[in-house]
Design a protein around this ligand. Sequence first.
Ligand code: 4NP
Length: 160
Amino acid sequence: MRILMVCLGNICRSPIAEGVMRALVTRDNLDWVIDSAGTESYHIGEPPHTYSQKICQKNGVDISQQKARKFVAADLKDFDLIYVMARDVMESVKHIAGSAFDARKVILFLEESHPGSGRSVPDPWYGTEEGYSEVYDMIHDTCSVILEKYRAAAVTDLYN
Ligand code: 4NP
């Protein structure tokens, strides 16, 4: 299983999603590849936002070694699932992917925990430190749902 988390800058939301998802699959000894990217170029090469690092560290997840990169059309080929943090990110992913876009693999992240809601993870960039904590909780809950859903799928594949 190869999962890519995507937001706008790849410094606030998707680095948390990458770190939390990786921590969960590592805990459970699963051989999944987890990565993240952003649809904009502003922060390429930068580490995650200080508040994203801080809230992750508080929860035992080290994301300090991550570096922002831009989402590219080839990611559609390289990943099984691409989770977009927000609806505007979905639109940018469609634009960047062009003819490579595949609606079966690009999913609005919060649909996994709140099906049919069409909700986006709020962008904490313009907010306070508290906003990062709320975003962390949302992301953690949703990553747990994803883990259970696809772990079960992997086991079913194994026995069929
Ligand atoms: P992210 O947050 O998409 O969660 O990484 C943002 C980071 C930077 C900017 C916007 C959102 N920016 O405009 O620079």
